[in-house]
Design a protein around this ligand. Sequence first.
Ligand code: UDP
Ligand code: MG
Length: 191
Amino acid sequence: MDSKKNMIISIIIPCYNEEGNITELYEKIKYVLDEKKIEFIFIDDNSNDNTLSIIEKISDRDKTVKYVSFSRNFGHQSALRAGLEKASGNCVISMDADLQHPPEVLKSLLGKWEEGYDIVYTIRRDNAINPFKRMSSAFFYKLSNYLSDVKLENGSADFRLLDRKIVDILVNDISEYHLFYRGLVSWLGFR
Ligand code: UDP
Ligand code: MG
């Protein structure tokens, strides 16, 4: 579908004490998606380092950069919610600020969306993390899949692309207080 090539891509980035990563992440995304129309939305989850002032500086220079600033630390999933609410793009990509979600992958996410998929998600390779986290993570997914009808793939990440129609459902029709977007998105269905 050629028409998607000129559409607006929102990238929402929750940030908690990420002063050392934000500029590098922003520049890498710009470089990887240089021919795309991007809207950046940084959500500062009440960091106690210079995260917010770095975001403000980038936003002063670049009008495609917007941000939300939280009054206290609400947590990653609440920051994602604020980003989804503020995003205006035809699709919304969520990614972490700490460079653990490689910007190079953005092109593949967009390629799948252009092919017609509404949700494109990523899975972390388990050799990328330390043995303790690998074991506790595997246990979490086993337990979650045992207890719940909503199946999650081991290593699912909050690095994903959602088409506008999915974002509208999440923002307008779902008012869960205890948010867990990996589960919610899987539960929604869609391609
Ligand atoms: N984060 C946040 N609020 C928090 C903790 C984390 O917005 O209270 C952000 C953090 O800056 C990062 C993302 O959420 O961009 C994921 O956090 P983290 O890297 O700590 O998670 P992990 O890599 O362990 O899954
Ligand atoms: Mg991380």
